[in-house]
Design a protein around this ligand. Structure first.
Ligand code: NAI
Ligand code: NAD
Ligand code: ISE
Length: 336
């Protein structure tokens, strides 16, 4: 039996996830769609040739009797409401990052899930499913580098629209590093500071770009992340772990090397959809497989909450210019 999935929010990533569920992965079918802009849902239905019902809103979709699981891929501020509604209905829910826009909102989801008594939520943090990050983790866990001491990262997008403002560098973009580095190092953050270098002329009036985020973990690892979302040249994700006995770098995406006109070159990606395309496939297949055996194993509501606690502190650090404490409460036994 296929898992019957309803998608709330059929924009860039909602459409892409609907495509992978219906054309690439096994064990799922998309039976329901909704979008505040109904045309978006109609377009996805037509483009993918889906036999899916289009609902008036997310709550109607969640309540539908033939929807077994829900994908929340609408705008960030709408996530909390739909995830809580799915838990209330006892349905499995895959929620794109952020789980909620504040730590308080994530905590409500954690509490609702614990009260329900069984894991229903997976958060769309796909980097722990990426083959390159998995190799890095293996090297750290096997002790190949000695103890990790420092991590240098860069998260660069070619450009962002005017609606993308200063705090979104943290909430929308850095949030991926906040999740994956915590997983990579098996550690929690204790403080954050944000430094603003000279702003690029390609930025907008409400966006300070680039930014450098400095994090410290409970084990004393120091992390610097450059977030630069109008870097122009490509979509570029860098991660370099410096240990006591060596350095390990995140592999570059596969690309041919060309020798032509006295130049040696490789093409860089420009679209986030392609950079982690395999990881998106694996994370969603894992969600579907987990539903079949009634046990989700991917990123949890607690991971969503942890990223939000750190994200809130980083936004505060943007505003104060100071080093801000990150106070992470102990993990409830429910999350292992
Ligand atoms: P988008 O703007 O392309 O799509 C969002 C869609 O949701 C739009 O079609 C919009 O009309 C719809 N929508 C908004 N509110 C809604 C509501 N209340 N009910 C139904 N539909 C609603 O945005 P995009 O880029 O697809 O991002 C969606 C989410 O996915 C965001 O949370 C974003 O952070 C996350 N995302 C995650 C990525 C990742 O790498 N994991 C990459 C890109 C986005
Ligand atoms: P988008 O704007 O392309 O799509 C959002 C869609 O949601 C739009 O079609 C919009 O009409 C719809 N929508 C908004 N509110 C809605 C609501 N209440 N009910 C139904 N539909 C609603 O945005 P996007 O780039 O697809 O991003 C969507 C989410 O995915 C965001 O949370 C974003 O952070 C996340 N995202 C994650 C990744 C990733 O790498 N994991 C990448 C991109 C986006
Ligand atoms: C977007 O929402 C994503 O999640 C992408 O992975 C990230 O690179 C980008 O900066 C975000 O806006």
């Amino acid at each position: 039996m296929k898992v019957r999935v309803g998608v709330i929010g059929t924009g860039a990533i909602g459409a892409d996830h609907a495509r992978r569920l219906s054309k690439v992965l096994v064990g799922a079918e998309v039976v329901a769609l909704t979008d505040v802009n109904r045309e978006n849902a109609e377009k996805v239905k037509a483009n993918l040739g889906l036999n899916a019902e289009i609902y008036g809103d997310g709550h109607e979709l969640i309540a539908a009797g033939d929807v077994d699981a829900v994908l929340v891929t609408s705008w960030g501020p709408t996530h909390e409401e739909y995830v809580l509604a799915a838990i209330e209905a006892g349905k499995y829910v895959f929620c794109e990052k952020p789980l909620a826009t504040t730590a308080e909102g994530c905590r409500k989801i954690v509490d609702a899930e614990i009260a329900h008594g069984k894991r229903l939520v997976q958060v769309g943090f796909m980097r722990p499913y990426d083959a390159g990050y998995r190799l890095l983790k293996q090297a750290i866990d096997d002790g190949e580098l000695g103890e990790p001491l420092m991590v240098h990262c860069a998260h660069r997008n070619p450009e962002v629209p005017e609606a993308y403002i200063t705090p979104m560098a943290i909430q929308d973009t850095l949030v991926h590093e906040l999740d994956v580095l915590r997983w990579l190092l098996d550690d929690d953050y204790v403080s954050a500071q944000v430094i603003f270098p000279r702003t690029t002329k390609y930025s907008h009036s409400k966006l300070a770009d680039p930014q450098i985020v400095l994090l410290e973990t409970a084990k004393g690892v120091r992390i610097d992340v450059e977030v630069f979302v109008n870097c122009k040249y490509g979509y570029d994700i860098q991660c370099s772990v410096v240990g006591e006995e060596g350095v390990a770098n995140l592999p570059e995406p596969v690309s041919i090397t060309t020798r032509k006109e006295a130049k040696l070159s490789q093409t860089l990606l420009t679209d986030w959809k392609k950079r982690f395309i395999d990881a998106y496939d694996v994370e969603l297949q894992d969600f579907i497989d987990g539903i079949k055996v009634r046990e989700l194993t991917g990123p949890t509501s607690w991971d969503g909450f942890a990223a939000a606690v750190a994200s809130d502190a980083c936004v505060k650090a943007q505003e104060t210019g100071q080093v801000e404490a990150i106070n992470m409460p102990p993990r409830p036994p429910f999350y292992g």
